[in-house]
Design a binder for this molecule. Structure first.
Ligand code: NAG
Ligand code: NAG
Ligand code: NAG
Length: 127
């Protein structure tokens, strides 16, 4: 038993609406090249840039709105330092991972005011 043509037509419109809505309303776009961005249940963004060959923060300029990022995984990149103001707009961040970078210089205050942060992985080279 297949749906009548009228019903099929309505189903088609519903489907089309969903696809368009997802495209336009994706809060986690644009996603940086070589990263994966997912939306969680709270409409916040989980950004996975593991092994994305990122070597500086300007490469992250295309991140989705910083205030929507709840997790940022930068594991196994080539980031040498984290500028002081980098996370100033990351007001919802709960998990940050820099493990497997070659961070040489970290100022004390870079993670200051990240009150929401629950998990932080950083490996700092002692030079
Ligand atoms: C993050 O991306 C890497 C590389 O694409 C993948 O191996 C890993 O499973 C991803 N992690 C999560 C939590 O999705
Ligand atoms: C933080 O957000 C403000 C307002 O949108 C913007 O002007 C500023 O450049 C942002 N700072 C950083 C470091 O992203
Ligand atoms: C480390 O960062 C501080 C503050 O940004 C800067 O003054 C200093 O020159 C940096 N040191 C190295 C070795 O890059």
């Amino acid at each position: 038993m297949s749906p009548s043509p009228g019903i099929r037509w309505i189903l088609g419109i519903i489907l089309l609406n969903r696809v368009c809505a997802e495209d336009i309303l994706d809060p986690c776009s644009p996603c940086p090249e070589s990263c994966n961005c997912d939306v969680d249940l709270q409409q916040l963004c989980i950004v996975n840039c593991t092994s994305a060959r990122i070597s500086d923060f300007p490469a992250l300029n295309s991140l989705p709105s910083n205030e929507l990022i709840i997790e940022l995984d930068l594991k196994s990149n080539q980031i040498p330092d984290i500028p002081t103001e980098t996370f100033i707009n990351f007001t919802k961040i709960e998990k940050l991972n820099f493990y497997g970078n070659e961070i040489e210089n970290l100022t004390d205050d870079v993670f200051e005011n990240l009150d929401t942060l629950k998990t932080l992985f950083v490996l700092v080279m002692l030079v």
